[in-house]
Ligand binder design. Structure first.
Ligand code: AMP
Length: 214
């Protein structure tokens, strides 16, 4: 089973991916994580990639498709988080999966309004070790001890692209480039829309119902 999360920044793609991976043996493929990993190598591409991400623009399709094709050969269930982000990527993913005798089964579209997304982004903190996500601006998502991960005790860090200017650019890029992908999957009858302002466990239950797992 292959599943895609489409959503504006901070709609909870990463959180829902993590919940699903704990529930079932999915392989979580986040193009944002792959890019951050590539940047951390500090090679000649790192500065350029980092600049694009900090400007809130999309990284070139060739780079993204290269990262994806290196990852999806194996016979396992994938969650695509943050990919595809434009029509070209969506069509390329279909072609890649067809060549492997596979397909996209479900596309979960997490809707979020810009104000809530901004609040989530500006307060977002993630664990430098295990990736758990917290929010300094949303009381129920605060860590128990400031700056420390509840789950593993490592320090919490802020992503450098989680600032107001980059957020606005990312949101605009999303509206322009990624929203058309929604209609593409709607036409294929595999799109499911959920309200990301609901509690994360309510959303998770809805997702499990959609994909038919307990
Ligand atoms: P994310 O972690 O999904 O929020 O992605 C962080 C940033 O990485 C985005 O704002 C883009 O600059 C870049 N990025 C992630 N996924 C893609 C993609 N599929 N296509 C192009 N750029 C991407």
């Amino acid at each position: 089973m292959n599943l895609i999360f489409i959503a504006p920044p901070a709609a909870g793609k990463g959180t829902q991916s993590e919940l699903l991976c704990n529930n079932r043996n999915f392989y979580h493929l986040s193009t944002g994580d792959l890019l951050r990993e590539a940047i951390s190598k500090n090679d000649e591409n790192s500065i350029k990639l980092n600049q694009i991400i900090e400007q809130g623009k999309l990284v070139g399709d060739d780079i993204i498709l290269d990262l994806i094709s290196k990852e999806i050969g194996k016979d396992r269930d994938y969650i695509f988080d943050g990919f595809p982000r434009n029509l070209k990527q969506a069509i390329s993913l279909d072609q890649l999966l067809v060549s492997l005798n596979r397909k996209v089964d479900y596309v979960i579209y997490l809707k979020v309004d810009k104000f809530l997304a901004q609040k989530r982004i500006l307060g977002r903190l993630s664990c430098s070790n295990c990736g758990s996500v917290y929010n300094s601006q949303i009381e129920e998502s605060n860590p128990k001890i400031e700056g420390i991960c509840d789950d593993c005790g490592a320090s919490l860090i802020k992503r450098t692209d989680d600032n107001e200017e980059t957020f606005n650019n990312r949101f605009d890029t999303y509206m322009k480039e990624t929203e058309p992908v929604i209609n593409y999957y709607k036409d294929l009858n595999i799109l499911y829309e959920l309200d990301s302002s609901l509690d994360k466990y309510i959303i998770f239950d809805e997702i499990k119902k959609i994909i038919g797992v307990k």
